[in-house]
Design a protein around this ligand. Sequence first.
Ligand code: IFM
Length: 438
Amino acid sequence: MTEKILSDDFLWGVATSAYQIEGSPLSDGAGPSIWHRFSHTPGTTYHGDTGDIACDHYNRYKADVQLMKSLGFKAYRFSISWSRIFPNGKGKVNKKGIDFYDKLIDELLKANVIPFVTLYHWDLPAALQDLGGWANRDIAYWFEDYASYLFQRLGDRVKYWSTINEPWVIAFMGYMYGAHAPGIKDIFAAFSAIHNELRAHSKAVKAFREENIDGKIGITLSNTFHKPASNSQEDLSAAIIAHEFSNYPLFLDPIFKGFYPEHIKVLTNSYMPKGYEKDLDDINEPIDFVINYYSKDIVMSDKNEPLGFKNIVKPYNDELQTYSNFYTFLKRIQDVYDLKEMYFTIGGFDDDKIEADRIHDEKRIDYLKLQTDLIVRAVRDGIKLKGCFVWSLMDNFEWTYGYSKRFGIVYVDYKTQKRIIKDSGKWYSSLRGDSIEK
Ligand code: IFM
């Protein structure tokens, strides 16, 4: 006997982000973003790749929406480029910039694809970086203004909003390790960035509620399963600290409870901006949902490291595979913060075999099967997962890896911009909430 696990309104979707797919970063009055500036700085990306053309989605969005429609996806998670809307980050709106998203959203709705908008996916207006970017306290107000404008302008049609995509990556890859834009290496700036991201996020959530927008708002978090390198007390503690420092507790504790996690007090007291505690009441503003993304690594205690531990393995594509870990993560998030709604973003990897016009990517299919199976089991076991977004709709600019990594379930021939649906795209498109039965 079969039993239906997922409801018909489970959102099977795909995800992208503005700088990674749009191309034309300076067209129609847009201002440069930090990723435009960073990728144009020699030595920052593989082969000096930039997002200048990317998937040319800015000009091909209609065909891309048709592609999503033809594949039967119910939802599309994409981000808005702040510097298309406000070329200087604040002040005067660039009408042509907002027109692009207006048209994209209308096109999606016409195709029956639900728009799921991310306000910020790493491409800060360069003009705001010149003022300190996420390390400047004022960014909370700049972000609030930007978000409010979008709520007013698009809130009649967009019902799902995520404020910031993977805030940990923004702060630490961008401000501490310097590997991502803006390329800063300063631990104090990184902690200020975390704190200001939370302040900005909560101001946007409050604005959303004040505007009475008919919809839901949440945040997208990266989570890494930190396996202790050994059973020593030091490594076990390092894994706990790494978890609280880089996973959902760092964000959801302040958002839902109004304080930073217990085990990282030493870090927050050492590196956070002075007086940060005074902001915690303001940050404490519950949200409607969380989108989760997972990976795993191994953590070892190391007193010489500024954070007291080091991540000794960080497999790029090797996701958290075991059901018990996956379930425990989601169950804790659901119970500790009383969340009624969660979404999952499935990562991916590059493993394409190209034969004429066919792209065989069995490993990606196996991976997607495994991940979707985890999702179905988690829902069966009471986890309130309401949708799943595969990263990514199509191959795109993978940040410092440039175009050397292909995460798409649709192949992009960058010379011709031809899209070719990979075998994994065909497999994923055959998946429907109502067709998954266990
Ligand atoms: O490409 C990124 C995306 O921008 C954020 N999440 C992880 C993806 C794969 O690395």
